[in-house]
Design a protein around this ligand. Structure first.
Ligand SMILES: Cc1cc2nc3c(=O)[nH]c(=O)nc-3n(C[C@H](O)[C@H](O)[C@H](O)COP(=O)(O)O)c2cc1C
Length: 193
């Protein structure tokens, strides 16, 4: 059987962002882990405009080609990891916009978080994002990854090198994602009467 398809979504779109380095670290770790087919998605490359569909997802057909393309991309995912920065005690706007574009594409799929920021280590970003993914019917796993003081951990355009324990917490999050992704593939008994 094929491996579940994990999509790692880099949320920051800022020039000079640290998110690219963090996303690359997690992507490499997930490949080494070897339980998932892994895809790295960069919202800076996806290039969605601010939501420009006349109707909420599911209330009518998508009118924009970029929405149809984003829908096809996300439909292929069986589990997601959002790599999110903390901005003003929450997560960044590009991540919210990318979520709001779609509906059913996200539903009933597990999602994990790699949050990063200053001393709060992206905790408030992850805390704010959790009810939003729940509203979309996703399954947020509780073991997130938190990276503090990101501006020291990634200098300029350099790589992110994980400190003690971070790889282990990332692997535990992958454990949870794998559990739910495998569970989704399990055939259900359906009552006929
Ligand atoms: C608009 C903005 C607001 C920020 N607010 C916070 C904050 O509330 N808490 C925090 O820990 N870091 C905050 N930071 C610092 C960021 O977490 C840090 O700059 C990080 O590198 C941002 O991610 P990025 O480089 O991938 O865009 C903020 C940064 C920006 C650009």
């Amino acid at each position: 059987m094929s491996k579940p398809h994990l999509q790692i979504i880099i949320g920051s779109t800022r020039p000079g962002r640290r998110g690219g380095a963090v996303g690359t670290w997690f992507h490499d770790l997930a490949i080494r882990d070897d339980r998932f087919g892994v895809e790295l998605i960069d919202l800076a490359e996806v290039g969605l405009p601010l939501l420009d569909e006349p109707l909420p997802p599911g209330r009518g057909p998508y009118t924009q080609e970029h929405t149809r393309r984003w829908s096809r991309t996300i439909s292929a995912g069986e589990a997601y990891v959002f790599v999110v920065p903390e901005y003003n005690h929450s997560y960044n706007a590009a991540t919210k916009n990318a979520l709001d574009f779609l509906g059913e594409e996200w539903r009933n799929k597990p999602v994990g978080f790699v949050g990063y920021g200053g001393i709060a280590a992206g905790a408030r970003a992850v805390q704010a994002l959790t009810p939003v993914v729940a509203a979309l019917g996703m399954i947020p796993v509780t073991r997130a990854v938190h990276i503090p003081l990101i501006n020291r951990a990634v200098r300029g355009g350099g790589p992110f090198t994980s400190e003690d324990g971070l790889d282990a917490s990332a692997t535990k999050m992958l454990d949870d994602l794998f559990h739910w992704a495998a569970d989704r593939r399990t055939p259900r008994l359906v009552a006929t009467e």
